[in-house]
Design a protein around this ligand. Structure first.
Ligand code: RB5
Length: 146
């Protein structure tokens, strides 16, 4: 899969670890930065990854900041994006099965790298369950722009 990654200074180390991890899993990574520890504004980076997902340039996106909250809010502002902040494996699986999320947000200051990488793997591997969840997603997306 082609996957966009992006972060701010609060998520740099985890973003780099995720990039290496998913590359080793056989995925192709498009890294939208940031690339240094200099303080930056997370909307500038999360939006680039989200726009790449929304345009179809990549299939999925993973965004990281200190909490994961800022980048998840930004991503969900972009039309077509369903971004989940998931810091546990149950949520990571459920949000793919039920919400067909196309982006994942993580907080480097919230969880350790080992759990984060388990979450990433599970989120990438879990398929959308379809059926009853389909109409719920259609309803959810119908609120875009309101
Ligand atoms: C940066 O200090 C921090 O605010 C950011 O990484 C993120 O946690 C915002 O939601």
């Amino acid at each position: 899969m082609k996957i966009a990654v992006a972060c701010d200074h609060g998520g740099l180390e985890l973003k780099n670890a995720i990039s290496k991890f998913i590359t080793d899993l056989g995925h192709e990574v498009e890294d939208f930065g940031t690339y240094t520890n200099d303080s930056v504004d997370y909307p500038d980076y999360a939006s680039k990854a989200a726009l790449a997902v929304a345009s179809g340039q990549v299939e999925r996106g993973i965004v990281v900041c200190g909490t994961g909250i800022g980048v998840s809010i930004v991503a969900n502002k972009i039309k077509g994006i369903r971004c989940a902040l998931a810091h546990d494996t149950f949520s990571a699986r459920a949000t793919r099965e039920h919400n067909d999320t196309n982006m994942l947000a993580l907080g480097q200051r919230v969880i350790g790298e080992g759990l984060a990488l388990d979450i990433v793997k599970l989120w990438l591997e879990t398929e959308f369950a379809g059926e009853r969840h389909m109409q719920r997603i259609e309803k959810m997306m119908s609120y875009e722009g309101e």
